[in-house]
Ligand binder design. Structure first.
Ligand SMILES: Cc1ncc(C[n+]2csc(CCOP(=O)(O)OP(=O)(O)O)c2C)c(N)n1
Length: 328
């Protein structure tokens, strides 16, 4: 692909936003300001940024417990996301969702979820809505290799294929489900081959390359918009931190040398920065300026989150699903 400078810089910007936003959450965690553990996407930024940039801000998107990268890459405001992590009223969900339950409808982000696999049928529902409304929108559905073994994914892929719904199933295969290696739980090497069983195209790409995920998702989005139905894209990637930062799972399940190789040789941001410089798409000054811009954006987001008040106690009773007269 002949990479254009603007798109390339936007890919780098969104990857940096995820990386620096999440590094700030680590600091907040250690300072005792973050009330819970967080599942970090550090290491997986290229997969997410490339996929989201292949959609428009109106297209729908659902995610999972590894939850910050998806709305960030979809274009959500960092300040309101950070406020949500701190449980503040200025957060995208008024401080009532927290890290694992981010949603920002203004950029098509329908929600993340701590229940593994639970947002997958939501994406299919969004695809059905787009089909019925004829609005031309597509639903991008993120899930992990662990979720790929949940029955709900298979039911969802089948239904989306039968009804030719505009859904892009996107598997972030980071090789591990908490402490279990993907190969111990999954019957195939490439999860994308499962697409054949549902009569849809499936492809595996390098998840450390945002251009690879952008191209694969662009093709899937184009097919979906033509009314030809869903696709499955698998990105092989790696999470650099423990399953959840602050959970203190013993890291003995994977060799430190494995982590070191990915961090040192397969860091998506390092690789892409080098590519931009090598291909003359940006010079050192442009790359450094982008880094400073995103650092300032993240610092402002932390300040906004700190300054935002906690929600009033009555907020706990608002935004609930309640049916008048239903038995309890
Ligand atoms: C239905 C359900 N089962 C189990 C869990 C516990 N759990 C949380 S994350 C996770 C692993 C998910 O692995 P994967 O889908 O590969 O995503 P990753 O964490 O690697 O990004 C499990 C089993 C859960 N939250 N929900």
């Amino acid at each position: 692909m002949n990479l254009e400078r603007d798109l390339a810089l936007e890919m780098l910007r969104r990857m940096l936003r995820i990386r620096l936003f999440e590094e700030a959450t680590i600091e907040l965690f250690h300072a005792g300001e973050l009330p819970a553990m967080v599942h970090l996407s550090i290491g997986q930024e290229a997969a997410i940024a490339g996929a989201c940039l292949a959609t428009t801000a109106d297209d729908y998107m659902t995610g999972n417990h590894r939850s910050h990268g998806h709305p960030i890459a979809k274009g959500a405001r960092l300040d309101r996301l950070m406020a949500e992590l701190l449980g503040k009223a200025g957060g995208v969900c008024k401080g009532k969702g927290g890290s694992m339950h981010l949603a920002d409808f203004s950029v098509g982000s329908l929600g993340e979820s701590g229940i593994v696999g639970s947002a997958i049928p939501v994406a299919v529902g969004a695809g059905l809505a787009a089909d019925v409304l004829g609005n031309g929108l597509v639903a991008l559905c993120f899930f992990g290799d662990g979720a790929a073994n949940e029955g709900v994914l298979h039911e969802s892929m089948n239904l989306a294929a039968v009804w030719k719904l505009p859904v892009v199933f996107f598997c972030e295969n980071n090789g591990w489900a908490v402490s279990v290696r993907a190969g111990e739980l999954t019957s195939v090497e490439d999860i994308s081959v499962r697409a054949t069983g549902y009569g849809m195209p499936g492809v595996t790409v390098d998840g450390q390359d945002p251009v690879a995920t952008y191209e694969a998702v662009s093709a899937a989005v184009a097919r979906a918009r033509r009314g030809e139905g869903p696709s499955l894209v698998e990105a092989k990637t790696y999470r650099f931190h423990e399953h959840a930062y602050g959970l203190r799972v013993k890291n003995s399940y994977r060799d430190q040398s494995e982590v070191d190789v990915w961090r040192q040789e397969r860091d998506p941001i390092d690789l892409f920065r080098r590519r931009l410089l090598d291909e003359g798409l940006a010079d050192e000054a442009a790359v450094e300026a982008l880094d400073s811009e995103v650092r300032a954006e993240v610092a402002a987001a932390v300040e906004f989150a700190r300054d935002s008040p906690y929600p009033e106690p009555e907020e706990a009773y608002r935004d609930l699903y309640y049916v008048e007269g239903a038995s309890t």
